[in-house]
Structure formats: structure tokens, C-alpha cells
Ligand binder design. Structure first.
Ligand SMILES: NC(=O)c1ccc[n+]([C@@H]2O[C@H](COP(=O)([O-])OP(=O)(O)OC[C@H]3O[C@@H](n4cnc5c(N)ncnc54)[C@H](OP(=O)(O)O)[C@@H]3O)[C@@H](O)[C@H]2O)c1
Length: 326
């Protein structure tokens, strides 16, 4: 068996908290369940929450941060100390220069009621506006060195850009705490040879796996009684479903006699590669199922079997993030 102690824990994704378009959020219907979800996470020791200043659709923009701020402010001082809320600031084209994030950062802090422990660059502009990113990173580093936020991370960066950013920050004595990329059995690029996982290990950067359940598809068995979600998620599920059978068969076998269902297998595959998954959750049942993954780990043979299926030619693949840099 792989060593459990050496594996990362589990965080929580909150993209759905405020998003009507993809996730069908309804404040009147969902907020009580989201508060209960948040509370259950803390009870089970899940304290890392990922959010973004762009989460929340239309007039609900910023809703995910707002909800987290509200829930965090109701925590005890001990819980607040343990909580790690990490937001991501979008490098929109009008956010320019070293001070380009100042207003956005202040707005996030306001919505989060001051409970921010990490600020992250949401995506790399290296592919389309390479001049924008170094200055924004300097600005984020200023926030850390000035004591406005304790730690700094980046997202959607490839190995080459990650090394450059690490160097830029190291030159100022600022530690790059984490890299967040899409990583799942349907998006395994980061853990392939020469990928981001290797660079993170070498440079001592925490690797965070987003969309570890492929938007929920990896948590569904072939006989799942729930209807396919409406809208773009459903369209994606229908497109990937026909090529899922061999992987799902292996996941079904590995999940036998272990808690957490197929979702736990998908999360533990990320953990077995040294990444902390941040599944998006919006019910206490999902939190309990996900947290139960922490009670077991994949054996070396199980991991290898899943690796081979995930990386096989013709395997089902999530769409790559268009902003992911090399
Ligand atoms: N940095 C970036 O650019 C970026 C991009 C995307 C996401 N993210 C972050 O990563 C987080 C997670 O990714 P994601 O929300 O895209 O997708 P995900 O984690 O792959 O899938 C989330 C969905 O999986 C289902 N689920 C949750 N817990 C489960 C469990 N224990 N067992 C089985 N199914 C379960 C739920 O679907 P139902 O509720 O429908 O059942 C949930 O909404 C986001 O919330 C966000 O914080 C970051």
C-alpha cells in the first residue's frame, strides 16, 4: 500500500456557490444547504476552501466569496485560525500593472470579511498577453510582503511558466505556496512525466487538483439513478460517457469494500500522485463521502492500473483550460 501519511489531504471547491449557468444555483433554495456543507467540512477537518472573485453569475458575481465570508465570520476563533480560504483573482485585461489587483483584492477581502489566507493568480496570461502577468505577480507579492495576506499561489500554469514565476518570486524572497491545475482521471496531464507534478515536487510547491471529479462525472456509476444534469455539464457527460467503461469498471472494483464510492477512488488517485483534490461540494452527504476517502489509499498496483487507463490513447478527456500555459 502507498503510505497514507505522505499523501495530501482534501480541500473544498466552491465554484457552484453562486453559479446559476453551470450549476443551477438558487439563493433561496441552496444557501442553507451550503452553510450546512461548510459546517460539516469543518467538523470533518476539511479547512481549505477554494473560491474566486469571478465566481457567481451575473448579479450574483462574488457570491461564493460572500457566502464563505458570512460562514467564516460565524466560526469560533479557533476555527477561524484553522480555516484557509484561498481566492483567485482574475487577470482581466483591464487589470494592468503592479497595482492592477489593488481594487479587486480589497473587494475580495470585503466579501470574505477579512478571512483570506491565500491569494492566487487565476490563470496565466502567458499565451495571449505575456507582458501583463509579471507586473500582476509583483503586485500579489507586494500584498504578501506587506502582510495583507499570508500566502500566494498560481493556477493554470504549465511547467515552463511555473519555473519562471517561482524564480521571479524567489528573487524577492517570496514563497510560491501552490499551483492549482485541472487534474483528474479524465485530465491526467499534470502527473505525466515532465509534467507539473514533477516540477512542484522539485520546487516544494503544493499541487492542488481542480475538477478532480470531472464536474461530477467520475462520481457516477453506470447505473446511477440520478438524471444527467441539464445544460453544458450534461452535454459534456453525454460526450464522454461512451469511452468511460474500462475506467469505470476498474474504479467499481477498487471501490468495493471501501467507503466513498467512485468519487473516493477518483479523489484518492489525485492524492496518490501527491496532489490535494478540491472537489466541488454542496451537500453534507457529498462532504461525508469525500472525507471518507481520507480513511484509505490506493495500493501501488491500483494506482498503476488507473494510470494506464487514464493515459491510454483514445481515453476520455476533459476539455483543456484554454488559458493553461506551457
Ligand atoms: N483554477 C481554476 O481555473 C478552476 C477551474 C475549475 C474549478 N476550480 C475549482 O475546483 C473546484 C472543483 O472543481 P469542479 O467544481 O469544477 O468539479 P468537480 O470537483 O470535479 O465536481 C464537482 C461535482 O461533483 C459531484 N460530487 C461532489 N462530491 C462528490 C462525491 N463525494 N462523490 C461523487 N460526486 C461528488 C457534485 O455534483 P452534483 O452536486 O451535481 O451531484 C459536484 O458538484 C471548483 O469548485 C473550484 O473551486 C478551479
Amino acid at each position: 500500500m502507498t503510505s497514507e501519511a505522505a499523501q495530501p489531504g482534501l480541500g473544498v471547491g466552491t465554484w457552484a456557490w453562486g453559479n446559476q449557468f453551470l450549476w443551477g444555483y438558487d439563493p433561496k433554495r441552496d444557501d442553507a444547504a451550503l452553510e450546512a456543507t461548510f459546517r460539516r467540512c469543518l467538523e470533518l477537518g476539511l479547512v481549505f476552501f477554494d473560491t474566486a472573485d469571478s465566481y457567481g453569475t451575473g448579479r450574483l458575481n462574488g457570491r461564493s466569496e460572500e457566502l464563505l465570508g458570512r460562514f467564516a465570520s460565524q466560526c469560533s476563533p479557533g476555527e477561524q485560525e484553522r480555516l484557509c480560504i484561498a481566492t483567485k483573482l482574475a487577470p482581466f485585461p483591464w487589470r494592468l500593472g503592479r497595482r492592477g489587483y489593488d481594487r479587486a483584492f480589497a473587494a475580495s477581502q470585503r466579501r470574505l470579511q477579512g478571512h483570506l489566507k491565500r491569494v492566487q493568480l487565476h490563470w496565466s496570461t502567458a499565451r495571449y498577453a505575456p507582458w501583463q502577468e509579471p507586473a500582476l505577480l509583483e503586485g500579489l507579492a507586494d500584498l504578501v510582503s506587506g502582510g495583507a495576506v499570508p500566502s500566494l499561489g498560481v493556477s493554470n500554469m504549465g511547467p515552463r511558466r511555473l519555473r519562471q514565476v517561482h524564480q521571479q518570486l524567489a528573487a524577492r524572497g517570496i514563497r510560491l505556496s501552490s499551483l492549482q491545475v485541472q487534474l483528474s482521471l479524465l485530465a491526467p496531464e499534470a502527473v505525466q512525466p515532465g509534467g507539473m507534478a514533477e516540477v512542484c515536487r522539485e520546487l516544494g510547491i503544493e499541487l492542488i487538483a481542480y475538477s478532480p471529479l470531472a464536474l461530477g462525472l467520475l462520481g457516477r456509476s453506470a447505473s446511477d439513478p440520478r438524471p444527467i444534469p441539464q445544460g453544458p455539464r450534461g452535454a459534456l457527460f453525454r460526450r464522454l460517457e461512451p469511452r468511460l467503461a474500462p475506467l469505470r469498471q476498474a474504479m467499481e472494483e477498487i471501490s468495493q469494500g471501501r467507503p466513498g464510492g467512485l468519487g473516493a477512488v477518483a479523489l484518492n488517485w489525485c492524492r496518490s500522485h501527491g496532489a490535494m483534490p478540491i472537489p466541488g461540494m454542496r451537500s453534507t452527504q457529498q462532504v461525508e463521502a469525500a472525507a471518507s476517502a481520507l480513511s484509505w489509499s490506493l495500493s501501488g498496483e491500483e494506482r498503476l492500473r488507473l494510470d494506464q487507463l487514464a493515459m491510454a490513447d483514445g481515453a476520455a478527456r476533459m476539455p483543456a483550460n484554454p488559458f493553461q500555459s506551457a
